[in-house]
Design a protein around this ligand. Structure first.
Ligand SMILES: C[S@@+](CC[C@H](N)C(=O)[O-])C[C@H]1O[C@@H](n2cnc3c(N)ncnc32)[C@H](O)[C@@H]1O
Length: 285
């Protein structure tokens, strides 16, 4: 069997194309084969905050890697600027890959970027990735839709666009009380508000799980109760990036279930011949 990095890169499609690629929750073992192929094919990689350097080892030495997140103390690059940049590079004939954490279509602005790129006459490809919420659930030992406890799952965000109303936590709590597991992204800063809103319907004893840095060596997991959510975050010093899972499925959590990467100690892959030992020409901001 070939490993992903030994597979030949797939043929580049004709005409200018930009590929929106999900890099998964962070550990390079959780990249898809399609993601590895796209990264290897890229001549320009625009990389989001939560994409770790280990993932970038799959890029070719000549690939220009541009960080467009907040790492290194930089402010986040404005969205319109990123879109203009992708358009300009693709029109110049570069093979542009926009690499995002998790799945590009889950709280990843894929919709906005696709619209801007298509409006500029470019073709857009999407490569799905493992979204952080699913990786976090595995870290907690939880099947999100365990049929004894849940018949659905809701991905919600604790952070909305400036000026947009907050999610209706009361309504989401009602759904949770009817057997829907809540998976909350970007919820750390608003944990007090989330706890208050959900508690209007759900009992304080409702199980919650929090995972910071799911799939990475520094991963941390905490099991708590809804009535203690905000306090548990501060007590354990948990910060972003973290996922909060709420629901009775946590009662079925198994401490023995872990992702293979976590079992292996989260080691990054050894670069192979022809791959970057270190990210090439990483440019911050
Ligand atoms: C802008 S959203 C991007 C989500 C991403 N597109 C996905 O599908 O996972 C960023 C949020 O995703 C969550 N997140 C991303 N990576 C994570 C990780 N490895 N562990 C825990 N949470 C993560 C955190 O809630 C973080 O604040």
């Amino acid at each position: 069997m070939n490993f992903p990095h030994e597979l030949p890169p797939s043929e580049p499609p004709c005409g200018p194309v930009v590929t929106l690629v999900g890099a998964g929750p962070g550990h390079p073992d959780l990249l898809t084969v399609a993601a590895v192929k796209a990264i290897r094919r890229a001549t320009v990689l625009l990389v989001d905050d939560l994409v770790g350097d280990a993932v970038l080892r799959y890029a070719r030495p000549s690939t220009r890697i541009v960080r467009v997140g907040k790492r290194g103390g930089c402010r986040s690059t404005p969205q319109a600027f990123i879109e203009r940049w992708m358009i300009a590079e693709a029109r110049r004939g570069e093979r542009v890959v926009r690499l995002k954490g998790g799945d590009p279509c889950i709280f990843g602005r894929a919709g906005e970027e696709r619209r801007a790129l298509e409006a500029a006459g470019l073709r857009v490809e999407v490569v799905n990735g493992i979204t952080a919420g699913v990786a976090a659930a595995t870290a907690l030992g939880v099947p999100l839709t365990h049929r004894a406890h849940a018949h659905g799952v809701i991905f919600a965000t604790g952070h909305t666009r400036d000026g947009a109303p907050s999610p209706d936590w009361r309504s989401l709590a009602t759904l949770a009380s009817q057997g829907y597991t809540l998976v909350i992204y970007m919820g750390v800063a608003s944990a007090a508000e989330i706890e208050r809103g959900l508690r209007e319907v759900l009992p304080a004893s409702t199980p919650v799980g929090i995972v910071q840095h799911a799939s990475l060596p520094q991963e941390r997991r905490v099991h708590a109760r809804l009535g203690d959510l905000h306090a548990a975050l501060s007590r354990h010093g948990l910060a972003s990036p973290a996922i909060i899972v709420v629901g009775d499925v946590l009662a079925a959590a198994s401490p023995h279930v872990t992702a293979p990467s976590a079992q292996a100690g989260g080691a990054a892959p050894t670069p192979r011949a022809g791959l970057n030992p270190t990210p090439a020409a990483v440019q911050e901001c």
